[in-house]
Ligand binder design. Structure first.
Ligand code: DGL
Length: 283
């Protein structure tokens, strides 16, 4: 059964989601490039980290979030989460009637324009999916790719432990094999990692270019809105609504680091979807 077509308007919000505060690094780009757009941001903080979950769990979470976002009348969704983009984007794209964009291809394309020896730091699930090497080699078969899974980063960032000495030592361990391979480019394969930019810059040779897929996914979103004639032409800045599945307080505290202000955060309950229901509807 095809998804029901709903008329969408240019002043409808863009949906952005992540397991937690990581997607705010994408929101920051969106507010910079498309300041007139309104946004609904969802952080699935009750269930983070996503990077250590199974592909089935991630798909289920993503379907629940998108179903809720559909009920909010979004005109487009950016998966501000590499793990969801790597594990669920292809399956859910045809299940909803709005465009859904992920980070992997935009990140891969930018990285191949930047260098030939490409490092990827990402969650264990994203690394295991092989999504980045596949996308990079599809764009440039002559590129070389090395990946490192960094399971300790997301909990440290969510707990606001970015500036603790242990975090630097952990980052050093994760980056060592990539520095050894003399990478010229490093992709932030997780939207949480730009929070660590000062540490990573401290550890990497200055010649290494850092690629944040957030920039290029927002460029792609702008093109998509243009194509659908759904770009908000209003002259005022768009509003942002912040929602989480867990406790709003720690989210608001860490969000301040990325946004420069402490947002109002609502706790919401996602609709429960029985596993497989949407997939059966589509088959
Ligand atoms: N920030 C997300 C990503 O880009 C999810 C991280 C996690 O929850 O493990 O993959």
């Amino acid at each position: 059964m095809a998804p029901v077509q709903v008329t969408r308007y240019s002043d409808a919000p863009i949906g952005l989601f992540d397991s937690g505060v990581g997607g705010l690094t994408v929101l920051r780009q969106l507010q910079h490039q498309l300041p007139q757009e309104s946004v609904i941001y969802f952080g699935d903080t009750a269930r983070l980290p996503y990077g250590t979950k199974t592909p089935e769990q991630i798909l289920q979470f993503v379907r629940e979030i998108l179903t809720w976002m559909a009920s909010c009348g979004v005109k487009l969704v950016i998966m501000a989460c590499n793990t969801s983009s790597a594990l669920a984007l292809e399956q859910v794209r045809c299940e909803f009637d709005f465009p859904i964009l992920g980070l992997i291809l935009p990140g891969a394309k930018t990285a191949t324009k930047t260098g030939k020896r490409i490092g990827v730091i990402a969650t264990p699930a994203t690394v295991a999916s092989g999504a980045y090497p596949e996308a990079i080699l599809e764009v440039d078969a002559t590129a070389q790719v090395w990946q490192v899974a960094c399971p300790k980063f997301v909990p440290l960032i969510e707990q606001d432990k970015i500036h603790e000495p242990d975090t630097l030592a952990i980052a050093q361990d994760y980056l060592a094999p990539l520095i050894h391979q003399r990478i010229d480019t490093l992709i932030y394969g997780c939207t949480h990692y730009p929070y660590l930019e000062p540490l990573l810059r401290q550890l990497l040779p200055s010649s290494v270019q850092l690629v944040d897929p957030a920039k290029s996914v927002v460029v792609a979103a702008a093109k998509e809105l243009e194509l659908m004639s759904l770009k908000n032409q209003g002259s005022q800045s768009g509003a942002s609504r912040f929602c989480v599945s867990g406790d709003p307080a720690p989210f608001a505290q860490v969000a301040q680091r990325c946004l420069g202000y402490t947002p109002n955060v609502e706790k919401i309950d996602l609709p429960e979807i029985k596993a497989g229901t949407l997939a059966e509807m589509v088959d």
